[in-house]
Design a protein. Sequence first.
Lengths: 352, 438
Amino acid sequence: MTAIATPASPASRRRPAWFLPVVSLGGVAAYYLLLRFVFGIGEGTALQQVANALSTGAIYALVALGYTMVYGIIELINFAHGDVFMVGAFVSLFFLVQVLGNTGLTAPITNLPVLLLLIGAALLVTMPLIGLLNVGIERFFYRPLRNAPRLAPLITAIGVSFILQNIALVIAGSGDESSPQIFPIRDWRLSIGEITIPYLSLFVFALAMVLMVLLQTFVGRTRLGRAMRSTAQDREAAALMGVDLNQTIALTFLLGGALAGAAGVVWGLTYGYVRSDLGFNAGLKAFTSAVLGGIGNITGAVLGGFIIGFVEVFATTLGQTRWSQFVVFVVLALVLVFRPAGILGQQVGERA
Amino acid sequence: MRFRKLGALAVGGALVVGACTQTPAASPGGSASASAGGSAAGSGAAGDTSKGTVKIAVELPLEGSELAASQPIINGIRLAVKEAGGAAGGYAVEVPESAVYDDAVNGAHDPQQGATNMQTIVQDPSIVAVIGPLNSSVASAQIPISNEAGLLQCSPANTNPDLTKGDPAKELRPNPDKNNYIRVVTTDDVQGPAAAQYIIDNLGKKSVFIIDDTETFGKGVADAFEAEFKERGGTVVGHEGVPKTTTDYQSILTAAAALKPESIYFGGVTATGGARILKAAVAAGLGDIPYVGPDGINDGSAETPDSFLNLAGDDAKNSYSTLAGIGDFPAKDEFDAAYEAEYGEQATGYAATGYACAQVVLDALRRAGEGGGGSDMAALREAVRAAGTDSSVSYDTILGEITFTPEGDTSQRIISIYAYDPEAKDWAFKEQVDFGAE
């Protein structure tokens, strides 16, 4: 477990490495059994909904990481992050439209190597671009306010959110833009008897997990990661020990932005549309995920994203979509009553 | 992208275009002697503008997918004013660009913006009437303001029954005795049932999964649909409220697929998720059953940017839509020709109802003007309101002869049914259902 904002607590040291994966798997199994036998949902539907929850949760988790890392390192709730994700979805859309237009390929692409190549290219284009966008936002909007009262960067973040949203509105218009669904969501399905689950859900989940493990390894095992963690713990002390604060904070925004870019690519593949106000709602859910898991905590953000994905799908499966937001926030409220810092968050005293 | 010219539309897409039931004096093209309101021609000095200039305001969403629905309405209004010689009742009548108000915020209609616009409109004394809005949710935010100001408001597209009927309508009006709101399209308590009747009788489907967008219009039409569907012996396997902010449609349609519906009904508009829900339905394996929606998804051909058919692509192959108005009219060719001559494109959607609203307003202004018009603009506005909402007057409009009930509803209760035509990539008129006058 890597807590970016807070030192590893005695509680987390007591937990062995297999604890969280096993508990998560158990949770998913319990979720399936709950749907299947308590609520009488059919076998196929229950499995499909688990797959839907995994891909929805993976997107929330990827976006939530950006919120949690930035909060961890400079204690800023970066409200523009949802819109950074939206820009990522648009960049991916434009890239894929260009590629398809110039190569004569048509979505969906059923040739696996070509498909993987194209998704890889979309990620390689979108992730650095969105990472750099996020770094630019930090450089021009947040860095000048780093020592200002906390409300100043917070309001600035809201302003940046509006700027991004309106730029998208001017460039792309206000309606839905169709994103090429190059992954054959309808034909490529995993068949278990009569049940079919789109491979896309599993692909999205796997991709998100790979990115998260890479992030964990980076933050937990490398020199730059150590610099990030030390900056999160005590900015002044880290600077005294020779950590380049500007570089470290920029790196945090780069990583957060790149993950939001990846989430944007995945969004387009999964849902097939992008629009300029997408960032607000996705951002809200992702921010909620980060708080639920314990803001500042990387593992917590991922856990929170999946929990929210599963809770939403749960309400939907029972035919109560209009209650899904309600259920999500009730779960959040309950968790915060018993663990005010979130599921994996640590209580820290207000810093001087 | 927002202001891309509307693409050429196939004939099948020429929707609520009615006949030109005009007197010889008011032929399409607008002779100098033409007067307002069809049969009203001749009385009063046509083209006489001695009493000054008045404006008709227009209030519609002018962004995104809804621009595709609004622009034909504006065109229809301006065509009607032009054909009336730009004058009525001794007043010169204008629809200037400055009196066209946009209630869209971030690409979709916004009731709060609509209310703000209406507050601006009622404060302009030269405005004698307003045509709009497109969306029922906007209308319910505007009627309290326009009613208090006593300003005649004619909607070419609002279909929610609560705007005119029963206690909800009374609560909207500070002055319930002085109605100011009329509409030339019929209501969702007819539009929803028409779809239910078509699914059961013509498509032969006995069960349905209903999704609405939780808004005034979408939920209203979906509820009316549900009641009629059950009434006719059909089975409603589920009814979900899905707000437009929803991100994950896939799990909703996965749950719907488990209930094995024979058809899907969507209550809402393209901007609140019409095409997204269809795509998710196809991905969930529901692509081979009919997907039926109200006029909110009947917003142009696949060429029209941001329209339902544009976004849905080939997934629309089993899509049907209804339109609260007349699709088929013996002499609609005349209107089409006049419209195309004026704007260089085919009349679509609510062009003809916009035209009809303008005819009603012009006729009200003519009668108000003949009655003396009033000493000042405030008195004229009140005279126009009283003339426009007079339930004893019969209007000879492009849609045919109509009267308004004391609540402001049209006597014409006709719903047109359209199906997707994959050849033309456009809506094709199927048939119309006449529910008769109430």
